[in-house]
Design a protein around this ligand. Structure first.
Ligand SMILES: [Zn+2]
Length: 295
């Protein structure tokens, strides 16, 4: 992926910083931003954003027949503000980056199996745009710099940016220098996983799209129950990754996410740094992480 989604989000932020006092920056009012920016900059603006029944879809961006305006719809069954905000930002991303490609985008949370590579690429771009619009990297760094990871810290970000805990965890993974893997576990298996560059380069990643990955026995992710503050523990690194040295421990953070139509355990795995030889790095495969979702 190129830098297009990040650059687009930066462009929007240049306008927001000029237009809004700092105390009104967060959480981003995506409805207002999408309506006003598209109206100010383009001849085919977004004129309507509405909740409506969209069975099986999170959101939709659609053009009128004359090609003069667009509307965003989000599923009226979405129950969390964070999910709605992320969906709107995702659709606004399609509008800014992809609207010349087609006249309608219908977006699901998962179900990536049928996607061809172009479809996958534009969905990933819309997600990246949404992440950078809602949580600009400089502000996010400012919130977390120098602090040890905790679910509390993540909750602070969730509240500031009005996003899901999972979206905040994925952002934290992006900016962390250490080895971080964010996973979603369901019924004892990983649903998806996402390693940051440092973890990936060291071979610490799961190919959840290719392989069935079982949560290791003794992992907190198998026993986590819902608590408002989540749970923290540690386990031998080799339980998750057989190549990690004996005696090394992984810090596990788990938070049970429960919604009307979804339930999973969000896990953040923190690994101590390691040195690896160039030979070992050559053995690495491309990571395949299935069905990741920011919502
Ligand atoms: Zn989409």
């Amino acid at each position: 992926m190129d830098n297009k989604p990040k650059l687009q989000a930066n462009e929007v932020w240049k306008v927001l910083r000029l237009a809004l006092p700092e105390e009104e920056h967060f959480p981003v009012d995506v409805k207002r931003v999408a309506l006003e920016i598209s109206k100010a900059k383009f001849s085919d603006p977004i004129t309507e954003i509405t909740a409506c029944p969209l069975p099986g879809f999170e959101g939709m961006l659609a053009r009128n027949q004359a090609g003069t305006k667009w509307m965003i719809a989000y599923n009226d069954k979405l129950e969390s503000d964070g999910r709605i905000r992320f969906t709107l930002a995702h659709e606004f991303g399609h509008y800014l980056m992809h609207r010349s490609l087609r006249e309608q985008f219908k977006c699901t949370q998962e179900d990536m199996h049928a996607w061809d590579s172009l479809e996958r690429a534009i969905e990933a771009e819309a997600d990246t745009f949404a992440s950078f619009l809602l949580m600009p990297i400089d502000d996010f760094r400012h919130q977390v710099d120098g602090q040890k990871f905790s679910i509390d810290l993540l909750m602070h970000c969730t509240n500031r940016y009005g996003v899901s805990l999972t979206a905040a965890a994925l952002k934290w993974r992006d900016i962390s220098n250490g080895r971080v893997i964010v996973v979603a576990a369901k019924d004892g298996f990983l649903d998806w996983s996402c390693s940051n560059n440092a973890a990936y380069r060291s071979g610490a990643y799961f190919a959840t799209k290719r392989d069935t990955v079982e949560v290791p026995e003794g992992s907190l992710l198998n026993s986590a129950v819902w608590t408002s503050g989540g749970q923290t523990g540690s386990i031998r690194a080799s339980a998750w990754f057989s190549k990690e040295p004996d005696g090394m421990m992984i810090e596990e953070h788990a938070f049970v996410i429960e919604g009307k139509d979804y339930c999973y355990t969000l896990g953040v795995l923190l690994l101590p740094d390691v040195e690896r030889s160039a030979d070992e790095e050559d053995e690495l495969l491309t990571p395949l992480s299935g069905g990741m979702s920011f919502r």
